[in-house]
Write a protein that binds this ligand. Structure first.
Ligand SMILES: Cc1ncc(COP(=O)(O)O)c(C=O)c1O
Length: 387
């Protein structure tokens, strides 16, 4: 079976982890945590990094930093992981959903604009933030989001969990145009370092920001909000969302190979596209002219004409030794949110369609050219079988 993703652990990671074990720095203090925080923040063009136990807790803390009042609203895509919506809800907010762009599968920026206009007309001051989520390696079109946030005084919580190293051409219609890394746009940005991410710490995450007050708040929320002068005094509630030095040691080792990792992913994405393009009924990932995407996962969407939905297609591929994963199911279709009274009767046709017709192919860093060829041949065989 060709796996959907396997981590690639190198000699440096093993050396750094051994150092933790040898020296006894195995918990949430130690040199690797600070170094990993600083270096990752710097790589993404941000000032401060605050490591967390995973991407879900990083989102929870990032939203916690903006002090939502009960019922405050945050605009986010329906097509994403549940961590995004629950971070808003656990912090007392209400998610306002938008559909996906049919080409990039990221949030539809025109709909963001429309939803903001509707919210602003309510004139209740409850709209507080936008949460753009870069999907499967491709950046959201960030300039319009930044412009809207500035115009309406909204915070940006940027979820960059799936786009380590991806870049966006900002100010592209001006002489100031330049490439900027994803994770460098939000008032607060969030990463996951789960084992299938471009760089991993096993489980892990990080909040990035340029604002020292947010960084301090994130550190406090991560660590039970101990009072700075009197340790067991608490004036706020926090969490234990700490990352360990052992995990940060893995992350730092991985980060040292970042260039190589991004290059491998881009090779993988481009090679898949070369091999699969032109097959009728198969939609492939794109790379907008303003994006350098990193193909975190190589997604494909099957047109109804193929006679397949994603579940049947995945089963056929599995029978022939190729593991896949389905696309996200939109937040508005989640029974848990329906039963809580959220998103009732809301429809997002693009997200609904790609959720049923989309899946991703093996995309891990250990994928060889031979395996990639085998995956492509299997995809072609399955599609030819039905004609
Ligand atoms: C877009 C996005 N945000 C957040 C997360 C949550 O990260 P974690 O799995 O580390 O909790 C994920 C997980 O894959 C994700 O894809």
């Amino acid at each position: 079976m060709i796996q959907v993703s396997e981590p690639l652990i190198g000699a440096t990671e093993i050396k750094y982890v051994n150092e933790c074990l040898r020296t006894g720095w195995i918990s949430s203090a130690g040199r690797f945590i600070e170094e990993f925080e600083q270096k990752w923040a710097e790589y993404c063009g941000m000032k401060y990094g605050v490591a967390m136990s995973n991407g879900t807790t990083a989102l929870q803390v990032a939203v916690g930093c903006i002090d939502l009042q009960p019922g405050d609203r945050v605009i986010m895509p329906t097509f994403t992981i549940i961590s995004c919506a629950q971070a808003i809800i656990y912090n007392g907010g209400v998610p306002i959903l938008v559909d996906s762009n049919p080409h990039t599968w990221c949030m539809n920026v025109d709909q963001v604009r429309e939803k903001i206009e509707t919210e602003i007309k309510k004139d209740d001051g409850k709209l507080k933030a936008i949460m753009p989520v870069h999907i499967y390696g491709h950046p959201v079109d960030m300039d319009p989001i930044v412009e809207l946030a500035e115009k309406f005084n909204l915070k940006i919580i940027e979820d960059a969990a799936e786009v380590h190293g991806a870049e966006y051409l900002t100010d592209r219609e001006t002489t100031k145009s330049h490439w900027k890394r994803c994770g460098g746009f939000g008032h607060l940005s969030v990463f996951s370092f789960y084992a299938n991410k471009l760089i991993t710490t096993g489980e892990g995450g990080m909040v990035l920001t340029n604002d020292p007050a947010y960084a301090e708040k994130a550190r406090n929320l991560r660590n039970l909000c101990f009072h700075p002068e009197q340790r067991f005094l608490h004036t706020e509630l926090g969490h234990n969302f700490r990352l360990t030095n052992l995990q940060a040691a893995i992350g730092l080792g991985q980060l040292e190979r970042m260039e190589e990792i991004v290059a491998k992913k881009r090779w993988m994405g481009k090679t898949y596209t070369e091999r699969l393009q032109g097959i009728p009924g198969l939609q492939l990932p794109i790379e907008e002219s303003w994006a350098k995407q990193v193909y975190w996962m190589y997604g494909i969407v099957l047109n109804g004409r193929t006679g397949f939905n994603a579940v049947r297609f995945a089963q056929k591929l599995k029978d022939l030794g190729v593991e896949t994963r389905p696309f996200f199911l939109g937040m508005h279709e989640q029974p848990v949110f329906q039963s809580m009274g959220y998103f009732l009767n809301e429809k997002y046709p693009v997200a609904e369609s790609i959720a049923r017709q989309g899946l991703y192919l093996p995309s891990g860093l250990t994928l060889t050219k031979e395996q990639l060829d085998q995956v492509c041949n299997t995809v072609k065989t399955v599609l030819n079988d039905i004609k």
